[in-house]
Design a protein around this ligand. Structure first.
Ligand code: SF4
Length: 280
């Protein structure tokens, strides 16, 4: 067994322990470097608004097809301090006082997002829950604990990634944000993405995946297939997106099969970040 396979096996076993999977399938090692057939070929472009303040565009053709745009994310030509300044400015001067949608009425705190402003990997979830609303930080409840484990299993620290949500205020009773609420908040999220320009975005759950990918396709069909976030084009890069299940869903449906699916998705992301996987 070569060192890459040994490394993958060690990581797989460690992650299985974290995610609670009891058995290691022999095929698991192959997920570190998926076969070319696992990477979708080019497909027709999906138009997205380029302006930061634009709302999510109308639904695109369904299916997990991959757009293959010419430019890749390399990060904006901004240093860490400049990115921090931009993000803090949006948060402090706009989000914290925002009343653009009904969610502002019930919030305790806005939850802008946090992490490394130069992160190569950005996670985008749905919206703050009770704990997040109370603390003003994303993913700090039970789902956040699981996300932390997923990040560690990927060989990263939470401080090395960036975490945000589609809406910055908690929906009542943790309901799914409405399209109008997501649209109202879109201008903040797209400016976060534009400032970070991460190499990869992982969308957690259906609302984030549908919003970023401008599609009505469900998360079950989307997850596991590389997609592209193209709303920054033509000025900015297209960014590869890996949709996967939300940690909160995983906690509700904590089956070996679901955990395996999420881990497969994260393996693909790790493979891409390490340069072991090329996305056409
Ligand atoms: S969810 Fe977004 S748009 Fe709505 S009030 Fe909060 S910050 Fe503003």
């Amino acid at each position: 067994m070569d060192s890459r396979r040994q490394r993958a096996l060690r990581q797989f076993i460690a992650t299985d322990r974290l995610l609670g999977v009891e058995a290691v399938p022999l095929g698991a090692l192959a997920t570190t470097a998926p076969p070319a057939s696992a990477v979708p070929a080019a497909a027709p472009a999906v138009p997205r608004p380029a302006a930061p303040a634009s709302p999510p565009a109308p639904p695109a053709p369904s299916g997990a097809s991959l757009v293959a745009p010419p430019r890749r994310a390399t990060g904006p030509s901004l240093d860490r301090a400049a990115r921090l300044r931009i993000l803090a400015d949006i948060d402090t001067n706009e989000v914290k006082s925002c009343t653009k949608c009904e969610l502002s009425r019930g919030r305790t705190h806005t939850v802008f997002g946090e992490g490394d402003p130069q992160a190569q990997l950005m996670f985008i979830g749905e919206g703050p829950g009770e704990t997040e609303d109370r603390e003003g930080r994303p993913f700090c409840g039970r789902a956040g604990e699981l996300l932390d484990k997923m990040i560690v299993a990927m060989g990263l620290k939470r401080t090395e990634v960036y975490i945000a949500n589609t809406v910055k205020c908690r929906p009542p009773n943790n309901r799914t944000p409405t399209p109008a609420e997501i649209e109202a908040c879109w201008g903040y999220l797209i400016r976060q993405i534009a400032t970070l320009q991460p190499r990869v975005v992982v969308t957690l759950g259906a609302p984030a995946s549908k919003t970023l990918l401008n599609t009505t396709t469900g998360i079950t069909a989307l997850r596991g297939s590389w997609q592209w976030f193209t709303a920054l084009q033509p000025e900015g890069p297209a960014i590869p997106v890996m949709p996967t299940f939300h940690p909160a869903y995983l906690l509700r449906a904590y089956t070996p099969d679901n955990r395996r699916k999420v881990w497969d998705d994260l393996q693909k992301v790790m493979g891409y970040l390490k340069g072991e996987l090329t996305i056409n």
